[in-house]
Design a binder for this molecule. Structure first.
Ligand code: NAI
Length: 344
């Protein structure tokens, strides 16, 4: 049996992992706590750790895992900005789940947009209270509007298809535009200037951090709707708040927040909110926040469990790790993973 310690476990995660662990030869120890320098010793004696978006897999944590004999970090998500990939090179292999349901995330982005622009969240509360007034609920048609999509990978493309189904024009920006995709690519400033709706579907990297900042907001149309289902730090939150106050930003739909790691996924309803920036955001009538929920469908959870466990089993039993990532992979074709199916 391969022993794996799973951090930041929630009840909805366990169902899929319990179902598929034994058939992949993996014995999973579940921990509710996140992985960080204080909790890393819980992985002692394990072959692998299974981590999620807000586990802090810093260089200290990687070196502690390495010292205790852990050989594999299995991300049960696509993004890996929380892992010091460079520090892990030569010490611990890293695998991820590159895609588990692009539909889940793209559909959530559209759900947030529709909820926000048609004021469904307000209408729901009103009618529950027998208030059938329509004052203040005026929205706008999506049909005929221009959606600007940043990042045209798996999720971005599904979102583009959904927007087209609504009769919207779609323009897009990607550092690697996809030839023959039928997507109308524009420059980033052109996207900011011409979009009624901007949806972020690129990863968080040094280049994309605060891609939405004061400068980019200044270029946008008045009343623009911004949707972020990717990573919080793509948006400079203070700049967003300033744009909302100036009435430049009409709607902000946020499934992620740059300081989410100690707040999201937990019930904080009995506590005083220490994060004043988030408190200010939530007080805005045109801001809709969900708690990094876009991935949360039955289909996605099942795919996450199956692929994570197969990644672990492939690594330890077959030596083939098609979902491995390393900092060298970014320098293709030089990464040794090209030849050996393992990055070092
Ligand atoms: P993907 O890897 O298929 O596509 C990402 C696209 O972004 C690629 O086409 C890439 O060329 C592009 N890109 C990279 N750097 C860029 C830059 N500087 N400017 C513009 N485009 C750039 O990834 P996928 O599966 O579509 O996921 C996108 C993001 O969604 C992930 O990185 C992750 O952060 C987020 N995500 C959020 C979830 C949630 O529950 N809220 C769940 C899953 C993913």
């Amino acid at each position: 049996m391969i022993n794996a310690a799973m951090f930041d476990t929630k009840p909805y995660d366990m169902e899929g992992f319990e179902k598929y662990a034994a058939q992949n030869g993996v014995c999973v120890k579940y921990f509710e706590t996140k992985l960080n320098a204080d909790t890393v010793s819980l992985a002692d004696g394990c072959d692998a750790v299974i981590v999620f978006v807000n586990d802090n897999v810093s260089s200290d944590v990687i070196n502690a895992l390495y010292a205790s004999g852990v050989k594999l970090i299995a991300l049960r998500c696509a993004g890996f900005n929380n892992v010091d990939v460079r520090e892990a090179f030569g010490k611990i292999h890293i695998v991820r789940v590159p895609a588990y349901s692009p539909y889940a995330v793209a559909e959530h982005a559209m759900a947030m947009l529709l909820t926000s622009v048609r004021r469904i969240h307000k209408a729901y509360n009103r009618t529950k209270d027998f208030n059938f007034s329509l004052n203040g609920l005026t929205g706008f048609d999506l049909h005929g509007k221009t959606a600007g999509v940043i990042g045209t990978g798996r999720i971005g493309r599904v979102f583009i298809d959904i927007c087209r189904g609504f009769g919207m024009r779609v323009i897009a920006y990607d550092v690697f535009p996809s030839a023959d995709s039928g997507i109308e690519y524009v420059t980033l400033p052109e996207l900011f200037e011409n979009s009624d709706i901007i949806s972020l579907h690129c990863p968080l990297t040094k280049e994309t951090e605060h891609i939405i900042d004061r400068e980019s907001i200044a270029k946008m149309k008045k009343g623009v709707a911004i949707i972020n289902t990717s990573r919080g730090a793509l948006i400079d939150t203070e700049a967003l708040l300033a744009g909302i106050k100036e009435r430049k930003i009409g709607t902000a739909c946020l499934d992620v927040y740059e300081e989410e790691s100690d707040i999201f996924f937990e019930d904080n309803s009995g506590h005083i909110m220490e994060d004043e920036t988030l408190a200010r955001l939530l007080s805005m009538p045109n801001v809709l926040v969900t708690s990094h929920q876009a991935f949360l469908t039955n289909e996605a959870l099942s795919n996450i469990a199956q692929v994570t466990l197969k990644n672990i089993s492939d690594f330890f039993c077959n030596g083939e790790t098609p979902n491995e990532i390393c900092y060298q992979c970014e320098k293709k074709p030089y990464c040794r993973g090209e030849r050996s199916e393992k990055c070092f």
